[in-house]
Design a protein around this ligand. Structure first.
Ligand SMILES: Nc1ncnc2c1ncn2[C@@H]1O[C@H](COP(=O)(O)OP(=O)(O)OP(=O)(O)O)[C@@H](O)[C@H]1O
Length: 252
């Protein structure tokens, strides 16, 4: 585990609902995420995927067990671990450039430097011409690119992505999958990416974690042995796709 960037050791997480019922979201989850890996998490709805990501980000704490970042317990959100959510989460009253500069502002970077860095990252995601636009002037795909630029601008060591392309149409989704891989191949942050889509996981990941129904456990860890860029038409793709779907269909 020493070269792992993030680890979960025997993590159990429960919530209390407003009706005072106990919900076990995760049980006996142990994972070691290798440095620079692209990891996708798939599993049935409600199995605890977002909860696991929130534990890694420090937004939630395990009920028992331990979550660590580079061998240190994760207690709170930090600049080393960036997060991108499904909903674009841009501030509507700030321009796109000012949204991208937000994390840099929190990190105390001087204003002049922030503007340059924000411009670089907007260029990286193909939004160079929209720096002064407001979020409502952008399409869903463009907003999500801006959210990715904002997360990347602080140069996090790990990028956690919770269904970032879930609200996009199929064409935009495929385009952004390609762009994300292009960026990742240049920067090689460790990425943990939650998705409902087995196809998306197979296209993106080095490692796919398949979770069971709630309480979520890690049911399988699949090393995706296909070179990139991946060809959805090859038999190996179809075979892995069918195997993972079958695992997700099983009751436990
Ligand atoms: N703050 C909370 N309070 C109470 N229950 C919660 C809370 N957060 C999550 N849960 C419950 O924990 C379980 C796991 O939720 P989570 O959002 O992690 O699942 P998910 O796999 O990400 O779901 P989906 O794929 O539908 O987005 C669900 O039953 C959910 O209702």
């Amino acid at each position: 585990m020493s070269d792992s960037v993030l680890t979960a050791e025997n993590v159990y997480k429960e919530f209390w609902t407003s009706n005072r019922e106990r919900v076990a979201a995760l049980q006996a989850v142990s994972i070691a995420v290798p440095d620079n890996a692209f990891v996708c998490i798939v599993g049935p709805s409600g199995c605890g995927k977002s909860t696991l990501l929130r534990l890694f980000s420090g937004l939630e704490k395990p009920t028992s067990g331990q979550v660590s970042y580079r061998q240190k317990p994760v207690n709170r959100p930090s600049a080393q671990i960036g997060m991108v959510f499904q909903e674009y989460s841009l501030l509507p009253w700030r321009t796109v450039a000012d949204n991208v500069a937000l994390g840099l502002e929190f990190a105390g970077m001087p204003k002049g430097e922030r503007a340059g860095r924000a411009a670089d990252y907007l260029g990286l995601v193909g939004l160079g011409d929209f720096a002064q636009a407001y979020p409502h002037e952008l399409s869903g795909g463009m907003r999500q690119r801006a959210a990715i630029a904002r997360a990347l601008a602080v140069a996090p060591d790990v990028l956690l992505m919770d269904e970032p392309f879930g609200a996009l149409d199929a064409h935009m989704r495929i385009l952004l999958q390609k762009e994300l891989l292009r960026i990742w191949e240049n920067h090689r942050q460790t990425v943990i990416f939650v998705t409902h889509s087995v196809d998306e996981a197979l296209y993106l990941a080095d490692i796919i974690l398949v979770m069971s129904r709630r309480p979520g456990r890690i049911k399988a860890t699949i090393q995706v042995d296909m070179p990139r860029p991946r060809d959805r038409a090859i038999p190996r793709y179809g075979q892995l796709y069918a195997d993972i779907l079958a695992m997700m269909d099983e009751v436990t």
